[in-house]
Design a protein around this ligand. Structure first.
Ligand code: FMN
Length: 233
């Protein structure tokens, strides 16, 4: 059994809240895993060339190619993305758009697998976490746990954070803010967030070990998707 972790943050691993939480979830599954960071990877969005429709293999030549086999081989996923403009960031979105390659012919390469998702934002990680769950639902993958945290917006360290009128420090702490190290959010210092990451990992591990049946999960996710479509009409 193997889990694939993806951290969609372009920041250095040591500075990324997404990376830290994805790693914590993975470590607590008790299952073999691989964690891949999208930092410095070049992955474009889907270009709708339809090159994948016959064989479910994307023909765009970039850094997704070597990742494809890992995606197919994994039994579960732990994906995390930062909040950019109240959405998941473009790098993570691009990678997931390219999962179009798995949606042709029999189309069941990913069906019934399990996932845990992570979202981190300067204010909230809710938006990217919800979007990751929705992407997984499209592939009939069940999101068993969602972890969200508040990370360090670049505005705290860009050099203009105390005077910038549109930066997160003045938005959160008010005009004339004096930035001190203790006010910079760090998911590692948020006990409830770290505890949620630990629990998410344990739950994902338990679900995988205790009779995970992909057919049952697939049916459940198909029903959920139909209900989502019905409510959106
Ligand atoms: C281009 C850009 C847009 C952002 N937009 C938002 C936003 O709309 N809401 C928010 O809460 N944080 C926003 N942020 C802050 C990031 O979500 C925050 O820095 C988070 O910690 C990033 O995760 P990371 O530490 O794993 O990179 C934005 C950051 C960047 C670079």
């Amino acid at each position: 059994m193997k889990i694939l972790g993806i951290s969609g943050s372009p920041r250095k691993e040591s500075q990324s809240g997404v990376y830290k939480l994805v790693q914590t979830v993975l470590e607590n599954t008790g299952i073999e895993y691989e964690l891949v960071s999208l930092r410095k990877k070049s992955i474009s969005g889907c270009i709708a060339c339809l090159g994948c429709v016959k064989d479910n293999v994307c023909k765009v030549e970039d850094d997704l190619m070597p990742l494809r086999e890992k995606i197919v081989a994994a039994d579960a996923y732990v994906f995390g993305a930062p909040n950019y403009y109240s959405s998941m960031n473009a790098a993570t979105h691009a990678l997931l758009e390219r999962w179009f390659q798995f949606r042709h012919q029999t189309g069941n390469i990913l069906w019934g697998k399990l996932a845990a998702v992570v979202g981190v934002g300067g204010t909230s990680g809710r938006f990217p976490a919800d979007e990751l769950e929705k992407f997984f639902l499209y592939n009939f993958i069940e999101t068993v746990a969602k972890v969200t945290g508040q990370g360090a917006a670049s505005c705290y360290s860009c050099g203009y954070g105390e005077t910038c009128q549109v930066g997160i420090p003045s938005m959160i702490h008010g005009e004339g803010v004096k930035i001190t190290p203790d006010m910079i959010p760090d998911v590692g210092q948020q006990p409830t967030v770290m505890a949620a990451a630990v629990e998410a990992g344990k739950l994902l591990g338990q679900r995988l070990r205790n009779g995970h049946d992909r057919k049952v999960v697939t049916r459940k996710m198909q029903e959920k998707m139909m209900a989502m479509f019905a409510s959106a009409v």
